[in-house]
Every structure is written in structure tokens, then in C-alpha cells.
Design a protein around this ligand. Structure first.
Ligand code: ADP
Ligand code: ZN
Length: 615
């Protein structure tokens, strides 16, 4: 390892041996006084890009951040590493806030977190007399109304350049589209800033799409998934508030500590749920997209999308909340035809409906894809990728196609005979020969195609119909009760002028995929846990110690040590402070303050379990 000042700071304060790609370049650029725009995915490691310069430079680094909860967590994490950091906010009493400003003026503060409205609304005047080393603007896309998170208070940050001339500005965001990028630079008056685009690859997130699952299938799958992750945290994103509540109730019935988070709940309740999740009192959160921005929890081990997200940006940001510590995180996306119908409706009703429909179409293509999903994501974020990743469902099970002409013809014929006045459900009921009230009322049982597809299970029909929609054989008349229409292309198939291919449906419970996938899943699950039962026991003891220390300081557990650090401790069992200090994520301050407590637990464990192969 290179032994330079910034490497020493990384090791002694954060306990890490190496920088991630781009971090070092960004840090050197900031220390040299350059403005920068930093684009990295959620969990990519943006904070260190300004925290190390803050430690290396004289004076205070100001960090503008939109959410109080986010600030508190970051400040807690910095303090746990022995770094002088504070946050100015309205939940402090004013004496504390004045004291913080004084410390800044006296040069006794390395990092000062502040909301944009507080900074421009007065504090900036006070700070002009302080030595400011750097201004970091987190979630910088909030300045742009092109972004998905516009916050008017951010637009005032344009005055920083003039108010604090000569102080370098670093804008950071996980949103990478071109317009937003340009907008950030322009509005902050840093048009000559160097732009750094970190890799958007998060190889530790597995990618998996499950198509056409019914609510019951999803629930069963989710319960199995949680069982694969005993004691580990996860997030389940749902489209609707009601769905989050229903799902959480079902999970609780199954004995899982599940909470609900959506914008319809009072603030106090949302805070409580968030805190319980961060402190591992709730294992699973069923949430709408309202959840996540303020969460800085490093050990989220699974992220489920119960419904299709509205765009690839949202999707990637949401799964990005998993596996921040670099350990494996399982992500699963459920995708249903009804999601598309609902989302298209939302998109159609929104202000920028063309853009939104376009984004939804890209998301849908992703879910439908026959090529490596990570490749698609990376290409989407402008990072050319031509390799299959080996950690997505497509890589694990390259798709096979069959001649689906007859199947497609049966479906199209049912739609045609019902005079294109039916939706998906009725079409499938006709094909399957189901005597539902609707079928009886409309006398669809008299159609020649009634029951023509009874040999194909209901859910396979759902899947095939979806494929037909994707391939343009049918379309949905949104303006006419969402009835199905046969397209020109569809008519060619119906009249035998063109063949149709369908992708073979493979589900885990049956068929070859089950055998192929199961070992991989178990491997993935155990990779996040330790190798032996003995180590597992020690891990649990260390975890309890971590919890005790965290509770004493009113910190979330991961602020004390990450899961990854605990696993390393359980595996290497250090019994000296020096050995402890060499572990991943342990800086000097953590070694000196918490080392003894963990070492005592390890020693006690070793005494109870003498190594039979040892001396
Ligand atoms: P984000 O880009 O979302 O702000 P963070 O800055 O919170 O991401 O970093 C995500 C996680 O990665 C944190 O737990 C952080 O400590 C860790 N991390 C950052 N840089 C490194 C590194 N060079 N080596 C190991 N872990 C790192
Ligand atoms: Zn892949």
C-alpha cells in the first residue's frame, strides 16, 4: 500500500486500507483547491471524498445536507471515529448551536453539517470570519428541477461562490443524467469544475427479476427470502401505501418484525420506524419510495421491489441502499402486468408524462431483458459494459425460446372473438375455461376459444400475455376500460402469416432452474454469515457487545462497527489491541475506545472453546 498522508488518514481514522476507484483522484483534486462534481452511486463512498480533505486541510469543511436525520447519522459516525464534527440544526437548542459556531470560528471543528436554508439564512454571514477549507454539497441534484428530488432551498446555494471566494466547492450526487449534471454546475457557479464519475457498478448486489408472481407467490417467496437471512435487515418497496401495510401485517403473522413507512404516516411515527430499523429492532421495512433518502445503514442484506419501480434511476437508487458495507446483498424485483397498467396511468397523469412514460418503458425493458441485467444498468448510466456479470438471474439462466405461434394465436383468437372488449383477466378466464360471473354474464362460454388454453396454467398465461404485449402483438386501450386490442403485427400472427417466439417460463419451484439455482442461493446466503457454527456464536456475542456500546452512545449499531468488521473479528479473533486495530473499519480512535471490550469477549470465547488443533 502506498504510504502517503491521505492513505494514512484513511487507515487511522476509518480503518480502511485502500481507496475505492476515483476516491483518491477526487480527494487530491479537492486538496489542491479545485471545484468538483462527483457522481457515484448510492453506497459508492462519496462521503470520504470530502471527509479526508477536511482532515488534511486547515480549517472547517462545511457539508450541506438536506435532511437532519442524515446529518445526525453522519456526525455520529465521524465522532465515533474521533473526528471533530457537528451539525447545526433546529432540533439543537440555540446555546449548542452558538457553541458549535464558536468552535468553528476558533478552528476547532473539522466538519460542520448544515441544511441549505440555515446556511444561506444567516449562518453564512457568521462563517465568513472562519477559516473554511471546503464546501461539500451533498445530494446536489436537489438544486435542479430536472432531477427527481427538487428542493427550492437548494437554489440559493448559488451565492456560495461569491460569498466565500477561493473556497473550493464539491457537489456530490448519485443522479447522473446529463441535464441535471449541467444544471448543478451552472446553478452553483462552478462551470469549470472537474467532473468525476465513479463506477456505477455495485457487484455485491445480486440482481433478480421474478415475473408474473401472484400476491400469494410473492408472499411465499419473501418469507423464504427472509428465512435465508436470519437476523439480517431488508427493505421491501411497494407501489401503494395500502400494500405496505397489508404486506407488513402478513409478515408479522409469520413472526417477522416488520414495520411500515410511507408518506401518509405522521412524522413521529416515520422517525420511530426508521430508528427501529437502523437500530435492528425491526428486521424488515415495507415502504413506499418515501423511505430511504435519510437512511445510512450499511448492513441491509436484501432489497425487494414488490412492484416494478417507475424508472431505472429510482430502482438503482433503491437497491443501492443495500450492501453498503460491500458484503453480498440480494435484490429481487417482482414484475407484473398490473404494475405496468398502474404505472402508465400515474405517468400519464403526471406533468412530464412523456419523459415519465419513456423512463417507465426503459424500466420495463430491463425487467423483460434477455441479456445480463447489470450490463443493461451500467450501459444505462453511460458506463460501457460488455461482460456478463455472473451475479444476475439472466447470467444464471440464459433464456431459451420456443415456437409460441399456437399459444399466441389462441390468445389473439379469444380477444378477437370477444370483439376486443375484454381485459387480461377475462381473456385468461376464457382461455382457461373458467366459469366466472363475468364469463357467464357475457356468455363468453359460448365462444369457440372457451377453454382452448386449459392445458396452460393460469399464471403462465399471465406471463405469455405480458410477453405478447411486449412484443407488440397486443396493446392496451387505456381510454377504453383497458381493453385489449390486437395490433397489425398481432393480426399477422393470428392469420398465420408470421410465427411468434415466446421465452420459456422457468420458475424456481419446478424444472431445471430449481436445481441449478439453489446451491448458488445458499452460497450467497452463507457468504454473508460466517463459515462455522462456532464463529457464528462468537459473531452473535460480538454483535451483542456492539449493541451495548451503541445504546450507551445512542448510536445506530453500525456506527460502532460494521457487520463486515464483526465478521472479520469473529474469523480472526484478535486478542491484542494492535491486531484489533488492523481489522477492517477499525481506526485508531475505535481501537482505543472500544477495542478492550471486544477483545475481552473474544478472549472469554477462546477460553471456553480451546482450539483442539492448537498447542
Ligand atoms: P454514499 O456514496 O452513498 O454517500 P458512503 O459515503 O456512505 O456512500 O459510503 C458507503 C460505505 O462505504 C460506508 O460504510 C463507507 O464507510 C464505506 N467506504 C467508503 N470508502 C471506502 C473505502 N475506501 N474502503 C472501504 N469502505 C469504504
Ligand atoms: Zn449478469
Amino acid at each position: 500500500m502506498e504510504d502517503t498522508v491521505i492513505h494514512r488518514l484513511l487507515k487511522s481514522y476509518f480503518g480502511y486500507d485502500t481507496f475505492r476507484p476515483m476516491q483518491e483522484e477526487i480527494i487530491r483534486h479537492a486538496i489542491d483547491g479545485g471545484d468538483a462534481l462527483v457522481l457515484m452511486p448510492t453506497g459508492g463512498g462519496k462521503s470520504i471524498c470530502y471527509q479526508i480533505p477536511a482532515l488534511a486541510l486547515e480549517g472547517t469543511t462545511i457539508v450541506v445536507s438536506p435532511l437532519i436525520s442524515l446529518m445526525k447519522d453522519q456526525v455520529g459516525a465521524l465522532q465515533a471515529n474521533g473526528i471533530e464534527a457537528e451539525a447545526l440544526n433546529s432540533s439543537n437548542d440555540e446555546r449548542l448551536n452558538r457553541d458549535i459556531i464558536d468552535r468553528c470560528l476558533e478552528g476547532r471543528l473539522k466538519l460542520l453539517y448544515i441544511s441549505p436554508e440555515r446556511l444561506v439564512g444567516g449562518t453564512l454571514q457568521l462563517l465568513r470570519q472562519a477559516k473554511i477549507a471546503l464546501i461539500a454539497i451533498d445530494e446536489a441534484h436537489c438544486i435542479s428541477n430536472w432531477g427527481h428530488d427538487f428542493r427550492p432551498e437548494y437554489t440559493q446555494l448559488g451565492q456560495l461562490r461569491e460569498a466565500l471566494p477561493g473556497v473550493p466547492i464539491m457537489a456530490l450526487t448519485a443522479t447522473a443524467d446529463k441535464i441535471t449534471k449541467r444544471d448543478i454546475l451552472k446553478q452553483l457557479n462552478i462551470e469549470d469544475a472537474a467532473t468525476f464519475v465513479g463506477s456505477f457498478d455495485r457487484p455485491n448486489l445480486s440482481l433478480d427479476v421474478k415475473r408474473g408472481y401472484s400476491a400469494r407467490d410473492k408472499l411465499r417467496y419473501i418469507i423464504d427470502l427472509i428465512a435465508r437471512h436470519p437476523g439480517e435487515s431488508g427493505i421491501i418497496y411497494c407501489l401503494a401505501r395500502k400494500a405496505t401495510e397489508q404486506l407488513a401485517a402478513k409478515l408479522r403473522t409469520a413472526g417477522i418484525a416488520a414495520g411500515v413507512y410511507h408518506a401518509g404516516l405522521p412524522n413521529s411515527e416515520r422517525d420511530r420506524v426508521q430508528n427501529d430499523f437502523v437500530a435492528d429492532r425491526l428486521q424488515v421495512i415495507c415502504a413506499t419510495i418515501a423511505f430511504g433518502m435519510g437512511i445510512d445503514k450499511s448492513n441491509v442484506r436484501f432489497v425487494v421491489h414488490y412492484n416494478l419501480p417507475k424508472s431505472i434511476e429510482s430502482f438503482y437508487q433503491e437497491i443501492g441502499r443495500g450492501g453498503r458495507d460491500g458484503l453480498p446483498c440480494e435484490t429481487v424485483l417482482f414484475y407484473n402486468i398490473s404494475d405496468i397498467i398502474t404505472l402508465r396511468k400515474f405517468a400519464g397523469e403526471s406533468g412530464q408524462h412523456e419523459i415519465n412514460l419513456e423512463k417507465l418503458a426503459r424500466m420495463q425493458e430491463y425487467a423483460e431483458a434477455q441479456v445480463c441485467r447489470r450490463r443493461i444498468l451500467l450501459n444505462y448510466f453511460g458506463e460501457a459494459s460488455d461482460k456478463a456479470c455472473g451475479n444476475c438471474d439472466v447470467c444464471h439462466n440464459p433464456p431459451r425460446a420456443i415456437d409460441g405461434t399456437t399459444i399466441v394465436q389462441k390468445a389473439l383468437s379469444a380477444i378477437a372473438r370477444a370483439e376486443e372488449r375484454i381485459g387480461f383477466t377475462t381473456a385468461i378466464n376464457i382461455l382457461r375455461g373458467n366459469m366466472t360471473p363475468d364469463i357467464v354474464a357475457q356468455r363468453y362460454y359460448e365462444l369457440k376459444t372457451f377453454g382452448a388454453g386449459h392445458d396452460i396454467p393460469q399464471r403462465d398465461w399471465r406471463d405469455y400475455m405480458l410477453q405478447m404485449l411486449q412484443m407488440g402483438f397486443i396493446e392496451i386501450a387505456y381510454d377504453d376500460d383497458r381493453h385489449l386490442r390486437i395490433t397489425d403485427l398481432g393480426r399477422e400472427v393470428l392469420y398465420g402469416k408470421r410465427p411468434a417466439q415466446l421465452a420459456v417460463i422457468v420458475r424456481e419451484e419446478c424444472g431445471p432452474k430449481a436445481r441449478k439455482q439453489r446451491p448458488k442461493k445458499e452460497a450467497a446466503a452463507t457468504a454473508t454469515t460466517t463459515a462455522t457454527a462456532g464463529d457464528r456464536e462468537l459473531f452473535e456475542l460480538l454483535r451483542a457487545t456492539r449493541k451495548r456500546i451503541a445504546d450507551e452512545h445512542r448510536w445506530p449499531a453500525y456506527v460502532v462497527l460494521s457487520d463486515r468488521s464483526l465478521h472479520q473479528l469473529a474469523a480472526t479473533k484478535p486478542t491484542t489491541l494492535t491486531a484489533f486495530g488492523n481489522c477492517y473499519g477499525v481506526g485508531t480512535h475505535k481501537r482505543d475506545t472500544f477495542g478492550a471490550a471486544f477483545i475481552a469477549v473474544i478472549k472469554e470465547y477462546i477460553a471456553r472453546h480451546p482450539d483442539p488443533t492448537g498447542p
